[in-house]
Design a protein around this ligand. Sequence first.
Ligand code: ATP
Ligand code: MG
Length: 445
Amino acid sequence: MNIEKYPVLVVDDEESIRRLLEKELAGTNREIVKAADASEAIDKVRGRSFDVIIMDLRLPDTSDLDLLIKVRDASPCTEVIMITGHGDIDTAVEAMKLGAYDFIAKPFNLDRLDLLVEKAHQRSRLSVENRLLRHSASYDQGPVKFIGNSKAVRDIQFLINKVAPADIPVLITGESGAGKDVVANAIHNRSTRAGNPMIIKNCASLQKELARSELFGHVKGSFTGAGESQEGLVSYAHQGTLFLDEIGELSLDVQASLLRLLETQTYRRVGEKEERRVNIRFLFATNRNLGEEVKTGRFNEAFYHRINVFNIAIPSLKERKEDLPLLVDFFLTKLSPEGTTYRMVQGAMDCVLDYDWPGNVRELRNVIERSIILGENGIITKRCLPHELVVEAERSEASITLESVEKKHIFKMLDFHNGNRRKTADALGISRKTLYRKMTHYQSQ
Ligand SMILES: Nc1ncnc2c1ncn2[C@@H]1O[C@H](COP(=O)(O)OP(=O)(O)OP(=O)(O)O)[C@@H](O)[C@H]1O
Ligand SMILES: [Mg+2]
């Protein structure tokens, strides 16, 4: 976990109050930032995100509640505590209606204020988490560990462990269902940002006209249909990781804006001149060949080089069939109903091993899920597997020739008799001469 201090902004025109609050509220988990008026406060809010703001109801350079409205608009997850004076009760009630968290009257009860700040902070964190949750609900977060024991997977595990703590961007490539999301999750979870959010966005789901606004946010009225001002995903990923999936789907102009963000860690909301600074680790994934897309002009070359600093390429499942037994076990354990663990009989496992898995690990997972439903007494037989798997296995069995069986058997027997030809020939019921002839024939193949 990241035990970073959370910043609290104190806005008051009286210096003595600013100093008092700083002295009383700053602590091991809090940092106090001060602003003397509304315009300074707005500047500070633009620069970084605050969980809690304590503000004087009356500020010299703005009308009552105007700052509150602006802050809530710019940063909906920030909780605001109003400082009220004598006779401000009506306005304070108005402030609560506008979304202020609570108010506290002067002179302060500092213990109560301390408690209020803590509670406001918790609420702010909760609403950030809720937003994140809503955002990520449609994603299968998947296991953190990338299962497999093939050489390819061991290399991938090694790369994940090496690259996770470094803050550099990673491009994850591989066919659909090969495990790109799993790798991205594993990198984030092993990184120093693991306690902070990982925002996942599938670029294929970005609407063309709204892509920029969804990523960077916009200000009210900045384009037709732009309602209330909104923060973009980039701001939610601050101090965490932004995982952009299917990056090949992104339009060229948005690629250019992202390139800027990658290079400078700054961005602008749509319709706004001010630059905002963030601190984000980037992960990208694609099943396209971006190098080719660059050649045909569909992908920005500079952006490509920038995101392709470190590539993790996941081979398709058919190129690493050694992983199948382990993956089958993993899914059987994970997906079996509580209290049982299903087992797969060898005949069924042979079918799994013979099949080509065009849908990669996702297809395997689906097949196991289905076979558990069809299996009886905790046992999965060939009958529980989809038709195409069994057909494939029978087809490859049918293509076995008599010659290949004979060859295999002869060498097995030779091995058994430690290469002794006489014993081997006797066991096979053929002459030594015939054995020798067959051996030279098969060895030349
Ligand atoms: N090595 C692995 N270990 C454990 N589970 C895996 C592994 N690879 C893939 N999976 C599982 O297989 C499914 C598909 O994986 P994932 O979503 O990561 O694929 P993807 O490459 O991102 O596919 P797409 O291109 O369609 O987004 C998920 O349920 C995931 O948890
Ligand atoms: Mg994916």
